[in-house]
Structures are given as C-alpha cells and as structure tokens.
Design a binder for this molecule. Structure first.
Ligand code: GUN
Length: 292
C-alpha cells in the first residue's frame, strides 16, 4: 500500500505556484488576487476559508475576505458580487457554501463573472468542462487529478466508481475521470444515496472516489484487493484531545481499507490540502488570462 500524500504534494506545488505568482507580479504589476465571501459562522466554513486566505499569502497572492452575518439579505450579497465582478484588480471570487436557507446559492453562483469563477461552479465553466474546452475546474476534483498525476498513477481502462453526486465533487469528478486525458480514460459508475446495494458497485472499483460525507462509510468488505482509494470526506467531530477542538474523519475506514489498497489518500493530509492547490492554480490561471 502506498500513500497519496496530499501534504507532500501540496507543499511541492505551492513552491511552483509561488514562483509563478512572482512572475505575474513583474508582468502585470500586481499580485494574483483572490476574494472570498463568507456568510455566518459555520465552524467548517470558517476553517476552510481561513486556510484558503493563509495559503494565498504563503504563495504571494493577495487575499481579501468579506464577512457577513447570517441575516444578510440575498440582495446585499448579490450587490457585493456585482461590485467584485467589476473590479479589475480581482482575479478570483469565491462565495463559501453552504449559505443560509433564505439565500439561493444558485443565484449567487450564477452572478459571479465566469471569468473570475475560480471555484468552477458557474454553468459556463461546468458546461465548457463537459465540452473539453478550457475552463476553471472545480477545486477538489482538480486537486485530485493533480495528486494522481504527481504519483504517475495510471487510470486508463480502469473502472472508476464515484460515491456521491454533488455538483462540487461527485459530478465533475465523474466527468474528469471519463475524459480522454491523464488521469482519465476510465469507465465511470456514479453511486449515491438512492443506489441500492452500493457495495455491489464498490467491489467492482479499480479506483474508488468517495465524497458522501459519512464517517467510515466505506469498510474493508466493500473494496477489492489492489483498489486505488480517494477519500474526499471531511467529517468534523468534536475532540478534547486535539488543539483545534475537533478531529477530522474521512468517508473511508482507513485503518481496515488501507491494507487492501494499492494507493490511498489519508484524512487529514490527503484531498483537503489538494483542494487548496486547485483553487490557487485556478486563481493564478485567471491572473495570467490563461483561460479567458
Ligand atoms: N463548500 C465546500 N466546498 C467548497 C468549495 O470548494 N468552494 C466553496 N465556495 N464552498 C465550498
């Protein structure tokens, strides 16, 4: 069993990104600039956004955060997005999800200028991805492809089973794995909460990508020997042992599944760190006008 080490790869790629950011500074006279909008005080969202901002600074990007309380109106938020769209010194805009129930996330996402949509959630970017045109690829699936590429994992001809059909991870991941690219060229099956007998499919997986949001959902009896396992789970539980006050669990029972796997991502230290890389690379590409 070999570890797909998100910590090692993300640190390595951050050095490359920092060098490229320095080039952007000399070329356009300013740093790549990512703006995040955060509504409310969800613990997970706070942590992820803080990490995105911190990593921007680390690689020499400018980052800005606009915070709103839970009771912000949809109109106020849409006005802010419109203002950020028209600011030429901003390369990337992300609105952290989930949003409070009274705000329609699609309305907010769709208003972000697709040329600054470094999350890759806008219909133009998702559509262009389907057509194999240059686009911003959603950060988590993008990060996973970078991790597989870094270790030279060959996926051509494999049966890839994706567990979870979210627009952020499962759906775009299934598209990327079936594309004529590396990694890719897989035969893809998508399982979700309404799939009866998920085990029947996971047992057939050469590569298993799990993004269902349930701690230890995939157990050792559900995978075959030699499987490649990508665990997207970020299940936070309160802990009295860790400094942060919580502990992160994946969707895969790592301890028992790892001995059967050929490659596996740990949680933490796997996909989560690569998501940030996907976001940084999209922001850099935007600043360099590589896509639009
Ligand atoms: N919520 C969970 N993942 C993400 C992400 O990648 N981007 C944004 N904006 N919100 C999220």
């Amino acid at each position: 069993m070999q570890i797909l080490d998100g910590k090692y790869v993300s640190e390595k790629l951050k050095i490359e990104i920092a060098q490229e950011a320095a080039e952007v500074l000399t070329q356009i006279g300013r740093k790549p600039h990512l703006v995040a909008v955060l509504v409310g005080h969800d613990g997970g969202s706070e942590t992820y956004v803080a990490s995105k901002m911190r990593n921007c600074e680390k690689v020499g990007f400018k980052s800005s955060l606009f915070r709103y309380e839970d009771d912000v109106t949809e109109e106020e938020l849409l006005e802010k997005v419109a203002e950020l769209n028209s600011d030429d010194t901003i390369d990337g805009i992300i609105v952290q999800l989930p949003l409070p129930k009274h705000i329609n996330p699609d309305k907010v996402t769709d208003l972000i200028d697709f040329r600054k949509d470094v999350d890759g959630f806008h219909p133009v970017n998702l559509g262009r991805m389907l057509r194999n045109l240059p686009s911003f690829i959603p950060a988590t699936p993008y990060g996973i492809t970078l991790l597989l590429k870094e270790y030279g994992v060959e996926t051509t001809g494999m049966h890839c089973v994706v567990v979870g059909r979210s627009t952020i991870v499962g759906s775009p991941m299934s598209v990327l794995m079936s594309r004529n690219a590396h990694p890719g060229n897989c035969t893809v099956t998508i399982c979700h909460s309404r799939t009866p007998d998920i085990k029947k499919y996971t047992l057939e997986a050469d590569i298993l990508i799990v993004a269902i949001g349930k701690k230890n959902f995939i157990t050792a009896d559900m995978v075959k020997d030699g499987v490649i396992v990508i665990d997207v789970g970020m299940n936070r539980e309160i802990s009295t042992v860790t400094k942060s006050g919580y502990k992160l669990y994946g969707d895969v029972d790592f301890e028992n599944v790892a001995p059967k796997a050929s490659w596996i991502t740990p949680v933490p230290g796997g996909v989560g760190l690569m998501t940030i890389i996907g976001l940084l690379k999209n922001t850099l590409a935007s600043a360099r006008k590589e896509i639009y």
